[in-house]
Ligand binder design. Structure first.
Ligand SMILES: Cc1cc2nc3c(=O)[nH]c(=O)nc-3n(C[C@H](O)[C@H](O)[C@H](O)COP(=O)(O)OP(=O)(O)OC[C@H]3O[C@@H](n4cnc5c(N)ncnc54)[C@H](O)[C@@H]3O)c2cc1C
Length: 397
């Protein structure tokens, strides 16, 4: 059995096949496992290859067993909105009841009530019910939920644009609701060794033989060509991203959401471990002090702050630095750039109507990858398990 690609989808597929007793080889073209989930060290700071957080309540991540060995660190379930020198806080009442009480007077009552109803109904609806409803764009969905333009522009757009990597909120409303539902179940987290630690933990759990620097140039139903050599096998799973899959098979191309992220070094801040959103300059979608929960990610006495952006360019660095200084009460001279990460193919754009399950077989080759399910760690893992099921079915039938 050959799996092409050692991202989360490929690793989960390999793990699932291994549990069923199949011998699996994973061929990965780069020099490390993880795909879009990778981290590296820069001058003593642990930088992720693109800003991302993990929700430890993702059911498929729990099912891998990888969480047992992972020291994930959770952020606060609260967001600070900064505008004209004022700070408004929105907190999850179940995780931060005091913060919620304090924040109630800061928002218009009717807006808060509508937001509360939206959040509660999202939590109560089952995932399958959300997925089968008539779908809209996220912007239309928020309007239909009764949120006025002020609440959308001051709260939901700034919050969701960072999670969806979509400034215009054209993403499927069903997908956004599933995301909001997952935020309600668990707190976004990171790892002291970077987000890539999740992929390494899963690779260890998969027990597959993983060959790095193995660039697959051709796939057939029962063979792959790698580094010029054709290898036959019982089944082939292509677990690459959508563009690489389109190069190897007949799957169609998709649209991508990009992300650029500035990674800043500052003297240790006294800031809490919550997301900060700067409403005075939308050049960044948010700012987060990663070292507030994982001090290992910065040298002693320093903090590591990430500020992602969907539409920013490297030319916006000055504005991003000023934003960090404003949000954390620092002088701009205290905010030094560690590095910039730019990921053009970050998330497959999930347009309405949302389809949680797409065909995963083309010309006898089985596919896995987040573009077949949903653009997330959970989606990638689910697609890997489904591909393993398809392999078992193809061998039986
Ligand atoms: C910037 C950014 C922010 C994100 N934020 C979040 C977030 O906050 N929460 C969340 O849940 N998800 C987030 N995601 C999404 C999540 O990281 C992805 O959905 C998931 O990692 C995709 O995994 P995958 O296995 O489908 O694909 P990939 O990770 O792309 O893996 C594909 C693998 O295939 C390999 N490959 C490709 N071609 C070949 C070939 N010819 N031969 C051999 N190997 C090949 C690649 O090198 C790669 O290792 C984010 C992603 C990015 C990039």
């Amino acid at each position: 059995m050959i799996v092409v690609g050692a991202g989360l989808a490929g690793l989960r597929c390999a793990q699932s096949l291994n549990i069923s007793g199949f011998k699996v080889a994973v061929l990965e073209k780069s020099d490390e496992v993880g795909g879009r989930l990778r981290s590296r060290r820069v001058d003593g700071y642990v930088i992720d290859e693109g800003f991302q957080l993990v929700n430890p309540s993702y059911p498929e991540l729990v099912a891998t067993g990888a969480l047992d060995t992972l020291d994930l660190r959770a952020f606060e379930a609260a967001v600070e909105f900064h505008h004209a020198g004022r700070v408004r806080v929105l907190a999850d009442p179940r995780h931060a009841p005091l913060e919620t009480l304090k924040s109630l007077g800061q928002w218009p009552v009717t807006s808060l009530a509508r937001l509360g109803v939206l959040m509660a109904s999202t939590q109560l609806a089952s995932a399958s019910r959300i997925a089968v409803r008539e779908d809209l764009t996220t912007l239309e969905g928020l309007r239909r939920a009764g949120l006025n333009e002020d609440m959308i522009d001051a709260v939901m757009r700034p919050f969701l644009r960072g999670a969806l990597l979509d400034d215009e909120l054209t993403t499927s409303w069903a997908f956004s609701q599933l995301l909001l539902k997952s935020f309600g179940r668990g707190r976004p987290s990171t790892h002291p060794d970077g987000i890539g630690a999740i992929a390494h933990a899963l690779a260890a759990r998969s027990r597959a033989s993983i060959q790095l620097n193995a660039d697959v140039t051709r796939v057939e139903a029962h063979a792959v060509t790698v580094n010029g050599e054709r290898i036959e096998c019982a089944a082939v799973v292509v677990a690459t991203d959508a563009d690489d899959a389109a190069r190897l098979t007949n799957v169609p191309h998709i649209n991508w959401q990009r992300q650029l992220c500035w990674w800043w070094s500052t003297p240790t801040t006294s800031a809490s471990a919550r997301l900060h959103i700067d409403l005075d300059d939308a050049v960044t979608t948010s700012a987060l002090d990663l070292s507030a929960v994982a001090p290992e990610r910065a040298p002693t006495g320093m903090s590591l702050i990430a500020t992602p952006s969907n539409s920013g360019t490297t030319l916006d660095e000055v504005r991003a630095r000023e934003s960090v200084a404003r949000l954390y009460g620092l002088a701009t001279s205290d905010v030094a750039l560690v590095t910039v990460t730019e990921v053009a193919r970050a998330l497959p754009h999930v347009a309405p109507p949302f389809r949680a399950r797409r065909d995963n077989t083309v010309d006898g080759v089985i596919l896995a990858g987040d573009y077949l399910t949903s653009s997330s760690i959970q989606g990638a893992l689910v697609s890997g398990r489904r591909a393993a099921t398809s392999v078992r079915q193809s061998l039986r039938g």
